[in-house]
Design a protein around this ligand. Sequence first.
Ligand SMILES: [Zn+2]
Length: 248
Amino acid sequence: MRIFALAGLVLGLSAMAAAQTTAPWDYAGKRGPLEWGKLDPAYKVCSQGHEQSPIDIRGAHLNKALQPIEFHYISAPVTLENNGHTVLVHVHPGSYIVADGVRYELQQFHFHHPAEEAVKGKLSDMVVHLVHKSADGKMAVVAVRLTEDRGSPNAVLATLWEHLPTTTGATDKTTDMVNPGGLLPPDRGYWTYMGSLTTPPCTEGVRWFVFEQEMTISRDQLRAFAALFKVNSRPLQDAHGRRIEANE
Ligand SMILES: [Zn+2]
């Protein structure tokens, strides 16, 4: 009897934990961004936090003490997953950055359409978020804004776009090697500020690095993504007086 009760308790707890990590949310309607904070107690910070992302980037303070971000990205095949909210690119372990003396491992990268972070009120066509985590659990996200251009399509995007999974839950793996470094602009000037994840549970304490220079995406690439995700961006959040710094 006791064993069954304990098993029931354990099952109950794990069911609760599962519910907290999987409470459904969306980018519009009853489960849209304005409701995220009410959908699950674990999402409360989405509506109550004062360090939420994305924000409109303006009024940055130049801080010449900020070092360039060191990128140590490796080439490897990647797995793309359509998780219903974005196309998530799972990378082979081994890629990392060093920022402000801290090493952060690249975990995954993914795309938003349109871009989430605005610059002086202007949103780019898309953005790629490269999500990193340090050994002690600190998160750092590098954002590269993408703007439609007639020039030659970005080679990394071209490889990935051949494998875009079109239905929720679908995955596809590249046979070609992918180096996420191919998504980074040549000019490494960035803005940095403290923010949050832009999807539930909207966890705060995330160090953001937004590159000042945009990269380009072709019209066909943009259309192909927009056909899957018409809008998968969280609206701008109040900066609450947060300090934004620029390294150059
Ligand atoms: Zn993102």
